[in-house]
Design a protein around this ligand. Structure first.
Ligand code: BV8
Length: 229
């Protein structure tokens, strides 16, 4: 029986046409985190921050899952159908819904989801595919207090209790397409390496090779199906 936790980052969606953050053409090469990805930024200029996420939402809706997303969904389906004695949980740092559109049913979005908004007044988190603006009313309470349903820097990531329980119980931890820069996600591998096998799948070797038992180097759309096979 294998209990697998997979942590995905922006690299798994790169071949679907979505930019990563810290590669040469990454999101943070064109936008300043302090201007678009903190609570202070939203308080200072909600129109700019909403515009940043409206653009990201439109890109996500134009994108399609790639072979890496589909391979993980196949593995989850095989576990669910009992074809494989194991369990797999996908924890993603990504705000896109490409895992779900590839067929994954149980995805933990620790940094939120760009196709949702969150009402600061009543807490509703409705699905959202249009532009969201500062005066857009909440569909549940009517207040003009919607924000992107995203975890910004300085905010607590979501679903941490469930993630910690899965990390404690896993015997295989796989990272796919992440630079291992952002905490607490970047600290997960150090947490599990004493009790679980660890594998990194990335375009380049891991920054901290001592934490990984194995690494597979190559584009996710090729390496992840090889690993799942
Ligand atoms: C928090 C929002 C506490 C959504 C994001 C400890 C030490 C140092 C700093 C900290 C620390 N603890 C906390 C911090 C502060 C901070 C942090 O980690 N800063 C970093 C920069 C040092 N962390 C936080 O603020 C977090 N909050 O800790 O709260 C708290 C406690 C109590 C109460 C309140 C609060 C919140 C972090 C979440 C921030 N939000 N995004 C959005 O706009 O998207 S993070 C941002 O980076 C992205 O969302 C992304 O998810 C995340 C990680 O990036 P990656 O996914 O790894 O992408 P990246 O571009 O970096 O790398 C891509 C990789 O893919 C590369 O390796 C590349 O080689 C590879 N690749 C490319 N193409 C392919 C490929 N691989 C395979 N195939 C390919 N084709």
């Amino acid at each position: 029986m294998r209990n697998i936790v997979v942590l995905t980052g922006a690299g798994i969606s790169r071949e679907s046409g979505l930019h990563t953050f810290r590669d040469g053409d990454g999101v943070w090469s064109r936008h300043d985190i302090a201007e678009v990805c903190t609570p202070a930024a939203f308080r200072r200029d909600p129109l700019l921050v909403n515009g940043f996420y409206n653009d990201r939402r439109a890109e996500v809706m134009r994108a399609a899952p790639n072979a890496a997303h589909h391979a993980l969904a196949r593995l989850e389906r095989a576990a669910r159908d009992g074809q494989w004695a194991g369990d797999i949980l996908v924890v993603t740092q990504n705000i896109d819904d490409l895992h779900e559109r590839a067929g994954s049913r149980d995805v933990v979005h620790m940094h939120g989801e760009v196709r949702r908004v969150r009402c600061i007044s009543c807490g509703a988190t409705p699905g959202w595919d249009d532009d969201c603006l500062p005066h857009t009313p909440c569909p549940r309470c009517g207040a003009a207090s919607l924000r992107p349903d995203i975890v910004w820097f300085g905010e607590m990531p979501l679903h941490m209790e469930r993630i910690q329980a899965a990390l404690a119980a896993c015997d295989l931890f796989v990272t796919i397409g992440t630079s291992g820069t952002v905490y607490p996600a970047a600290g997960f591998v150090a947490q599990v390496c004493a009790h679980a096998d660890t594998l990194d799948i990335n375009l380049r070797p891991p920054a901290e090779p001592g934490l990984f038992d194995r690494s597979m180097v190559g584009p996710a759309s090729r390496t992840v199906p090889c690993w799942v096979a």
